[in-house]
Structure formats: C-alpha cells, structure tokens
Ligand binder design. Structure first.
Ligand code: FE2
Length: 373
C-alpha cells in the first residue's frame, strides 16, 4: 500500500489534522470536517466529545465484562444441557431476549443492557448528528460491544493465534510488530462465519464500490497510554480491497501504517473499508476501556443472515422494557431490535419524500400549463 505517500494525506497525518477538538468547532462546521476526513483518509478523531464522567464509564465497562462473561457461560451451559426455549427464556439471572423474527430462537441481550450509564453518550446528539450527516438521516446500530483489557507487561516473542468461537484465526497476543489487519463488516471477507453457513453474515464483493456503507465508532473512556490507538493505513478505504488475502501479511506491520493518537474522552470514527488493526496487547502495562458501536444506514440489511446463530454480536435483541429504559435520544437507532415494536421509516425521510412529491406536482403543473397554452 502506497496510499499514505500521497502528499495531501501525508500532511493531514503529520500535522495531526485528523484530530478535531469538539470544543473548538461549531457543530454545523464539525460535521463537514469529519465528512471530509472520512472521505480523504478514512478516519478521524473527535477529541473531548465525551463528558467528564469517564471513571464512572470505566467502572461500568469493567462490571459489564464480568457480567457478560457470566451470562454467556450460563447460556452455553443451558444450551449444552438441552434446556427448552421456554425454560431458557425464564431462567433466573440469565439475560436473553426473544428475536424480532418469530421463527428464530432467543439470543443474548444487546450489550447496551450492561451499559446504562454510558448509553447517554451513545445517544448524544452532538455525536449522532455527525453519523447521520454522513450516512443518512435514518441509521441503525448493528452491533455494540465494550472492551476492558489490561496488559501486564508479558513479552511474547511471536504472534499467537487462536480460533475464535466461529472458527476464525484471531491474534490473541503478540509483540510490538504484531497486527491483525482487516476491514470491518460489511467489508470483512471472512463475514464472521467464514465457511460456516449458519454463522456467515455476508460480505461485499471486491472491488468494493466507492461508497460509505458503515461507520465504526470507538469511544475511548481511558487513556490508552503506551498501547496507543488503532493502527491504520490512511487512504486504504479507497483501495477497493481488504488485507485479509493471501497477498498480504495481515499479521505484520505495514510500511505505510500509522498509529492514531487518542486519549480518554475521544471518539475514533472510521469507514468500514479502512485497513486497520487494534493495538495488540503484550509488552505494555496499559489499560484500555472502550465501547465500539457500528452504525449503518437504513438501506443496509444487518441481520437477515446467520438466522440460527446464538452467540454472534449482530443485532442482539432488546425487550420492550429494555427499550423503554434507554435514553430517548438513543432509542431510534435500536428500535429495530425490539420484537414488540414496529419501526417506520423516520420523520426526516418522510419529510424528504413529501418535499420531493411536492416538487414533482409542481413540475407536472408547469408542464400541463405549457401544453395547454
Ligand atoms: Fe475492526
């Protein structure tokens, strides 16, 4: 990849123009600046977007890690013991929810359930207005997950792999040169499920069209310290391909890579097509508390496939009660997950179509008038 050698991109990176301080920009200008950066380099960082309750969120994420582990293990145990669907749904202290599809079995509750304090941040209009400006007025959050990791200075000499629950080879540990380059769904050629039909959620055919189909947001609740931010290849979102191919050493450092600078309170925003890698834990003592959310426009199907998956993180459901306990600002983006609610196309789109219809009527009226002259 030689894209970062493009002078303009290089300047954006070296002068740190990819970092926008939320406090220094009017919201009306900020959305254009973010859009430009996403188009040009494929990512940006918005500093100081998250309010000052960072420690509260970090504590919540730590608790969420323990609670989701307990919940997932309990669910696995009940499935192994062949509990009925009814018994699983009623099992005490197990948080599973009915799918919005009546012919599908229940899944683990959406991860926002464990992040009630943080949920205000995710629905913050200062943030969601930017997402909507870039994608469309009607958007959905396809996946949410929090991560809490603390590296303990272990120094492995090589990159260590392990197959995940879906059979995909994942880097679980490594040294400072270890990476795990990839593009995100729907531009992920492994499609989560790989060769497993029942877990495969689909992937976009290469070369990828030059169109933003999704944005990934990483809310940083702690300073990443030595570990640093996401590794990226600036401009790679325009390459049309993913690094998950035999032609690339997707586990090694790339010549044109760059590690994004983030701090507690920043939000890293990225086009799903961008080549990126999370920093691989190993040699540092850093703490990392993040929430990853994946945003898609109304027209992209998110959960039509892998209908029998019980554990993937895609479109995990919410009950009506969960939904109604969410902050009002966040509800529109998660409404599609609730099987007791119906989702209409949102008011902004209805308004847009009304206006278009009005224009078409006006045009016809003029045409008629010309013909009758
Ligand atoms: Fe990713």
């Amino acid at each position: 990849m030689k894209l970062v050698r493009n002078k303009k991109l290089k300047k954006i990176i070296s002068s740190e123009k990819y970092i926008l301080d939320y406090r220094k920009h009017k919201s009306s200008d900020l959305k254009f600046k973010v859009q430009n950066l996403i188009n040009q380099i494929g990512f940006c960082v918005i500093d100081n977007l998250i309010d000052r309750k960072l420690n509260i969120y970090v504590e919540e994420i730590k608790k969420a890690k323990k609670r989701t582990k307990f919940n997932t293990e309990l669910f696995k145990k009940l499935l192994d013991k062949k509990f009925s669907e009814k018994d699983i749904l009623n099992y005490p202290n197990l948080e599973v929810r009915k799918s919005k599809f009546s012919n599908r079995k229940c899944k683990l509750v959406n991860d926002i359930f464990w992040l009630q304090k943080f949920s205000n941040q995710l629905g913050n209009k200062n943030f969601t207005n930017i997402i909507k400006f870039i994608l469309d007025d009607h958007v959905r959050i396809g996946q949410i997950h929090s991560r809490y990791t603390k590296a303990e200075g272990i120094k492995p000499s090589k990159t260590i792999f392990k197959n995940d629950d879906f059979g995909l080879p994942r880097v679980i540990s490594g040294n400072k040169n270890s990476r795990e380059w990839h593009t995100d769904w729907p531009h992920d050629p492994w499609a989560y499920g790989g060769g497993k039909k029942s877990e495969n959620i689909g992937c976009i055919k290469e070369p990828f069209p030059d169109l933003i189909m999704g944005l990934v947001a990483v809310h940083h609740l702690s300073d990443p310290g030595e570990l640093g931010g996401t590794w990226v290849v600036p401009g790679s979102h325009k390459s049309g391909i993913s690094p998950r191919h035999k032609n690339f050493s997707y586990i090694k450092a790339f010549k044109d890579e760059f590690q994004v600078k983030v701090k507690a309170g920043s939000v890293y925003l990225q086009d799903t097509r961008l080549w990126h890698s999370a920093p691989v834990l190993g040699e540092t003592f850093s703490e990392r508390a993040i929430v990853v959310s994946r945003w898609y426009p109304w027209w992209l199907q998110i959960d039509d496939y892998a209908p029998s998956s019980r554990f993937n993180i895609v479109a995990r459901p919410l009950s009506k009660r969960d939904f109604e306990s969410l902050p009002k600002n966040l509800r529109p983006y998660l409404l599609y997950l609730c099987n007791e609610k119906n989702e209409n196309i949102n008011d902004a789109l209805v308004k847009r179509t009304k206006l278009n219809l009005k224009k078409s009527f006006k045009f016809l009226k003029n045409e008629n008038h010309k013909q009758n002259k």
